[in-house]
Design a protein around this ligand. Structure first.
Ligand SMILES: Nc1ncnc2c1ncn2[C@@H]1O[C@H](COP(=O)(O)OP(=O)(O)O)[C@@H](O)[C@H]1O
Ligand SMILES: N[C@@H](CCOP(=O)(O)O)C(=O)O
Length: 303
């Protein structure tokens, strides 16, 4: 039986100061095997702890996305049988919903024969998500910067080299939905503030391009777009940052909408810090995560 196999990475959005614009793909994955359903109904089999509680019929988010994509191109989405495994914890700021969204689009592209390019998949993904910072690295891999213009319904993206640093994710055991974490943000900023924080963001990117991680890290921790409004939702944030800085980290910031906290640190220092974080914050899982360079991948196999 012809089966589509997808491997779709996690992501960390914002990188401190790039709210809704900057993101990086991580080596954690949503993996899916899909084939046409014999009884024309959707069936999901979830393997592993991270997908617990998700529906196993057509009410699934992935079905919804696949149907939306096919309707847009006046095609029909056939029902599928899916087996899914994920090591991306849900609602932790590691882009689980973006990986599900991208999965839905890849399924539609293949099974409804939409023939969309990666560029077009990105346009569609951003139109649905409203910002490219998770979906762009999920599709392309690496570190991606982007902007979505809702009036033109168009997304532009650009890439820079992935930083040569070690990355530590400190993942709390509780969930924080992006929806809730967006509700605490202000509607507007004064021009003076917007100028200040976009200047910080510009400087951060330039420093990353020059591999000046001291300066990039300093800028990453001066965010004014989201972190000040969200940090109260993550009670350990301040202390995690403190421990990381004491261990020589370049920067510690909220991953996506949180509650995961991400740290950039020199390769020589990362082992000691990850063990210290694990010892100190027992209600969190602290782990070294690598950066994914290639984005979502697919292959067709005969099972
Ligand atoms: N593989 C998946 N299949 C279906 N729905 C998913 C999947 N992954 C995530 N979701 C949905 O997305 C929600 C989490 O999204 P969100 O709050 O944006 O957090 P994050 O994307 O940071 O993990 C989950 O509670 C679930 O409803
Ligand atoms: N820019 C968004 C990113 C949300 O990322 P997620 O991984 O938490 O879904 C935001 O900060 O709200």
């Amino acid at each position: 039986m012809k089966t589509l196999k997808l491997k779709v990475p996690a992501s960390t959005a914002n990188l401190g100061v790039g709210f809704d614009s900057i993101g990086m793909a991580l080596d954690k994955y949503l993996e899916v095997e899909a084939h046409l359903s014999a009884d024309e109904k959707w069936h999901f089999e979830h393997i592993g702890p991270h997908l617990l509680g998700l529906p196993n019929d057509e009410t699934h988010y992935i079905t919804n996305i696949a149907n939306r994509a096919t309707e847009k191109f006046n095609k029909e989405m056939p029902a599928l049988n899916l087996k899914m495994f994920s090591d991306i914890p849900l609602a932790r700021g590691l882009g689980s919903s973006a990986s599900a969204l991208v999965t839905g689009l890849y399924l539609a592209n293949h099974f409804a024969n939409l023939k969309l390019s990666k560029y077009e998949l990105l346009q569609l993904a951003t139109e649905i998500e409203g910002h490219p910072d998770n979906v762009a690295p999920t599709i392309y891999g690496g570190l991606v910067l982007g902007v979505y213009d809702p009036e033109l319904n168009h997304t532009d993206v650009s890439y820079i080299d992935i930083p040569k640093v070690d990355v530590i994710a400190t993942i709390p055991e509780y969930e924080l939905s992006t929806e809730k974490a967006r509700k605490v943000l202000p509607e507007t900023l004064f021009l003076k503030e917007a100028v200040k924080y976009s200047a910080i963001s510009n400087t951060m990117i330039s420093a990353l391009i020059q591999h000046n991680y001291e300066l990039a890290g300093k800028m990453m921790m001066k965010d004014g777009f989201h972190e000040p409004y969200r940090q109260h939702l993550i009670p350990d944030f301040h202390n995690i940052k403190q421990v990381a800085i004491e261990h020589g980290a370049y920067a510690t910031f909220i991953s996506g909408a949180g509650p995961t906290v991400l740290t950039f640190i020199k390769k020589e220092l990362s082992g000691k810090l990850v063990r210290a974080l694990q010892d100190e914050f027992k209600n969190c899982e602290s782990e070294l995560v690598t950066i994914n360079r290639f984005g979502a991948s697919q292959e067709i196999i005969n099972l």
